[in-house]
Design a protein around this ligand. Structure first.
Ligand SMILES: *Cc1c(COP(=O)(O)O)cnc(C)c1O
Ligand code: SF4
Length: 326
């Protein structure tokens, strides 16, 4: 049976022309569009689209999902596995780069396709835990007593049903050396109806301490539904953090990022990381020079209280933690 969020997800825009009609933007003729979306398909939820301003081709939410011919340029510095994910696979669907923490690739699916995504070229079919492989992944975690925290990632782990998530969380909770459960998700932002009572129950009924890391890039991504979804986590005393990707044309401006930090805090979310773009193939048009990033960060530091200043980091393959910048 479909719940509200699943029905809403099924109504997502999967054709750019439909979104441009909805936004009253004359469709710009794009002969290359087919080739661009063959590499990485187009997808956006109706809820997120409603937060875009009409008739504005530079809308910062639109730019995050708008296919662009520059995605087809193969630049030598932008690779298909920019952060060494494939070298970090320890069992099917299990990635370990950092001490004490493992990341589970639970699904390749997302509710929205962000054009700058670092995993846009990731071979999910071979590297995610299918239901069948779930036990192997859990066995690998059970066998390594140095692991303290399991991170559910993807894709977006909240695309999974409440039943499947509850079962997975229960099994992780049954491993004595695991203390924390983390969920990396963009769904509270792009599909706030996903934050169901059942999901909250699964996260509070476990003995594990739960941390939910959302992904917001701009204050315009918040509306009343998003605030209500975040309030549900807060009410359940689930720790809420945010990560942002610094993106040219979207949020490469100190004032925009200051406003984002303040909006996050008003919603009970602490800014965690501000990521420099991972150099994934087809994303170079979103990239900034490190000098520009540092200038933006300095202006944020001069304005925000320390607890609203995210850590500026870059991910480098083979390093034991995300590399602080500035
Ligand atoms: C980013 C990441 C983590 C989490 O790192 P934190 O610094 O703990 O947030 C864990 N595992 C992998 C593979 C990652 O890429
Ligand atoms: S939600 Fe995250 S994983 Fe999914 S496309 Fe966007 S950046 Fe990539």
């Amino acid at each position: 049976m479909n719940t509200t969020w699943q029905a809403e997800l099924a109504e997502s825009f999967t054709r750019l022309s439909d979104l441009l009609d909805f936004l009253e933007l004359d469709e710009i003729h794009r002969p290359e569009f087919q080739a661009v979306t063959e590499r990485f398909s187009f997808r956006v939820t109706p809820s997120y689209a409603r937060r875009m301003s009409k008739r504005n081709p530079r809308d910062p939410l639109l730019l995050q999902v708008l296919p662009d011919a520059r995605e087809l340029i193969d630049h030598p510095n932008y690779a298909s596995d920019p952060v060494g994910d494939l070298d970090a696979v320890t069992a099917p669907g299990v990635l370990q780069k950092y001490r004490g923490r493992v990341l589970l690739i639970t699904t390749g699916a997302c509710a929205i396709h962000c054009r700058y995504c670092f995993r846009r070229n990731f071979p999910y079919d071979a590297n995610m835990i299918s239901k069948r492989q779930e036990q192997d992944a859990l066995d690998a975690i059970r066998a390594d007593r140095s692991i303290r925290e399991v991170i559910l990632s993807g894709g977006d782990p909240l695309v999974l049903s409440d039943e499947r998530l509850a079962r997975l969380i229960e099994q992780i909770g049954a491993i004595p050396h695991i203390r924390r459960l983390r969920i990396h998700t963009r769904l509270p932002i792009v599909l706030p109806s996903r934050v169901t009572a059942e999901l909250i129950a699964a996260l509070t009924e476990t003995r594990l301490k739960s941390v939910v890391v959302i992904h917001a890039n701009h204050a315009n991504e918040f509306d009343r539904d998003v605030s209500e979804a975040l309030a549900a986590f807060q009410k359940a005393r689930i720790c809420l953090l945010n990560q942002t990707v610094l993106l040219k044309g979207v949020n490469d401006d100190a004032e925009i990022l200051i406003r984002l930090s303040e909006t996050l805090f008003e919603n009970g979310v602490i800014p965690y990381y501000l990521h420099l773009l991972d150099k994934a193939r087809g994303t170079q048009h979103f990239d900034l020079t490190t000098d520009k990033a540092l200038a933006i960060y300095q202006a944020m530091r001069e304005t925000l209280p320390g607890y609203l200043l995210p850590k500026l980091v870059r991910e480098e393959a083979g390093r034991p933690y995300k590399t602080p910048v500035g």
